[in-house]
Design a protein around this ligand. Sequence first.
Ligand code: ADP
Length: 943
Amino acid sequence: MSKLLVIGFSFGYLALLFGVAYAAERRSEARKSLVSNPYVYALSMAVYCTAWTYYGSVGRAAHNGLQFVGIYLGPTLLAPAWWLVLRKIIRISRQQRLTSIADFISARYGKSAGLGALVTVVCVLGIVPYIALQIKAIAASFVTLTGSGAGVGGPAATTALYTTGALAVFTILFGVRSVEATERHEGIVLAVAVESLLKLVAFLVLGGFVTFGIFNGFTDVFDQAAAVPALRQLFTLHGSGTSGTEWFTLLVLGMSAVLLLPRQFQVAVVENVDENHLRKAMWLFPLYLIIINLFVLPIAFGGMLKLGHTGLDADTYVLALPLAAGHSWLALLTYLGGLSAASSMIIVETIALSVMMSNHLLMPLLVRVPAGRPEGQTRWFAYLGRVALESRRLAVVLVLLLAYGYYAEVGKQLPLVNTGLVSFAAVAQFVPAVLGGLYWKGGTRRGATAGLLAGFAIWFFTLVLPTLVGPGRLPESVLTEGVGHISALRPFALFGLEGLDYLSHGLFWSWLFNIGLYVGLSLAWPPTALELRQADVFVDVFTRRSLAEEITGWQGRTPFPDVRALLLGFLGKKRTNQALRAFADRFPDAMAPEADTSSPLTISPTNQLTTADPRLLNYAEKLLAGTLGPASARMLVASVAGAEEISYASVVGILKESQQLLEANRQLQKQSRQLQRLTDELRAAYDQLQALDQRKDEFLYTVTHELRTPLTSIRALAEILADNPDLEAEEQQRFQLTIGREAERLTRLISLVLDLEKFESGQATLDRTAVPVADLVAEALDAVGQLLRDKHITLHVDTPADLPVLYADRDRLMQVLVNLLSNAIKACHSDGTGRIAVLAWPAAELVLLCVEDNGRGISPAAQHLIFDKFFQAQNQTTRKPEGTGLGLAITRKIVEFHHGRIWVESALDQGARFFVELPLLRGGITQNDPKRHAERSEASLPQ
Ligand code: ADP
């Protein structure tokens, strides 16, 4: 393909990126953000997939089968945990205004400048080769596409150089525009998201072309590959020679890289707009990884099958396949996809590294220079601010120059294949300090520093040193005999450990020392006050608004103008005034001029405030941390306020206090829950009373109603008798009889009501004696004998002779049985088919009685109502004179007074079966039984 065309498209594409970024910035200024949504967030995370993914996965798949999947499977497996881990990192970083992984580690361990610098150095050394790999990918893809030579001075290297230059300009323009690193870079984020989309689409189009254009679908590719023995073994997890340990290592490296690589920290933490975007990103990002890996195997197999004989490097299959098929436009699209993958990685990684380098390597040195006289302060600080910004721009250039230099000088001779993994292993050294820092308050600066140093040294020894072996560089004997011919110092078999692949070997030793020293030294030496405070702020970021954050050792004697000068220098007038106003809103008392507390919110440059509140110093420090990193910010504030005197005792005291506060809070919550429960109970009791009251009213109403009917008829008959003295004797007698019967009914009703009332008020007494059940039944049947005979009812009685003797109130039980029997008789049909059975059984500690009839039955709905007062089942349309609706209510009361149970089994027209269960009650005293009564029962108990 024509070189000019490819170059034209490359730069046209970069110009497009500029346009996208510019548009996003404009929209952001107009407060119509294009990037504040979870989709852009998830896509920007896909900066994880670099040119190494784009070209390299196919290469790896061609040699090692499925092994490439490990790097993507790790993040996928970890994604569900993001809600815990990543969200915590985001929350802390926002609260503390942290803008890089170096900031994060430095801030956690007492805002240590040394640790920040160490992390920065590890990142730069670990990642510059990785950036170089991207540049190499750009150059190599250019070579493949145009068929030109790959010499350093050749067009490929020149394209790579110009591309790198363009990316530097892009990064400087959109990535390091303001001194405040906390500021989000919407332009960059959108550009990266667009690039992620493009590389995905390009790769899918190519994959589709290979699978369905060159071959006949997935089955065809795999079938053809399976026919070749060398390819067949790539199908299995083990066949490619990847051991279980290596798989594990790849997974772990992937997991740590997706969280801790500087570029991932940049997009996932610093550029995060809203924690809730994580929810979608948690499945969108893994989905992206799965989709982009779908066609890796088909392309790899396709390449091996079609181009294997040409001896082409498998990394170039992605471009060589469409070219070989004569589809140069498809090849161009693929090339642009690769360019996207490389450039987005270069951009984001460079921003992250440049901010780190400026904040942790340069600024800590500059802020130590004394600011001089007050008049010159603002100017000096403004100068420092400019230096911070310029140094970042410089760092961008420096990083890219280093990377280009590495590519041009070293990369030509060194195999770059595994550079990505070696970078991952470097970043993995942060895992103990970060995870420990998030969840373990005991981790200290000393431990983290020693662990990191040791881990880094071993990383270098086991993973970087071997790449330096070669003619003209290190001798081969370093690998075989060890450094200085000491066999314990062989880079691939450190301390004699053999049998592991080089990556697992390196990770094992580096983590062993890293974790060991981190934990060991943290336990051996107590943390300083500042470390203790930071530990508390980090670990407890979710659980409570940490009191520790308010601990400040700054002096209240610092002149306010000095603090303002500091902020003015770095933030400028507008931002400083904004920030001071925000602070005054939050802590009105801290900004009140000493003499005049009535107008605390008028902060003007002429404010007569003379000394700065310690909280303001804390606030200023945090603002500056977003600009210079936590360590430099602290040193700067110290330069105006005097050393921060934060005493161990005060931190411990406040932490203890916050613990106590937490405990007190918990107690308070418990009490309020108890109170709530009591209130609920009270309300329930009140409701019950209310209901009872209403029932009482209803009862009274019903009773009076019931009493009126017989009274009315008595009065009417009496009046007739009085008004008609000459009534026939027979008639007169009939009336008198009716009056007598009605009066009788009245009496019965009243005594029933009185009886029931006695039970309900708990004043009923039981006169217990020994009651033989069979006798009781016989007597009750005697009482209703006439009624049974009148209705020609067949009777069946079964009361076994061995029934135990009940200890109960005989008259009351009679009442129960007679009630049940007369109900049964009433229910039976009068046509002579009526049948009633009375049965009794002994059971454990109780006697069970049953009165059964074959009468009209009770509907299920009525069954639980019949025991209520005055309830008479619906089907009983005309009220018979003998019915009161009180019988079963009293029956139940009596049974319950005996601590028994009564229930019914019935269905309409199926008869009814009433069960009464009575405990034998050997001298039991219970609350329902009035005590004196129980005692009387006791006395007459048979011994
Ligand atoms: P009542 O004085 O009306 O009999 P109860 O309280 O004794 O009052 O009975 C309530 C209602 O239960 C009766 O009106 C009747 O409808 C129904 N009932 C009671 N026992 C039976 C039974 N064995 N068969 C059908 N219905 C019955």
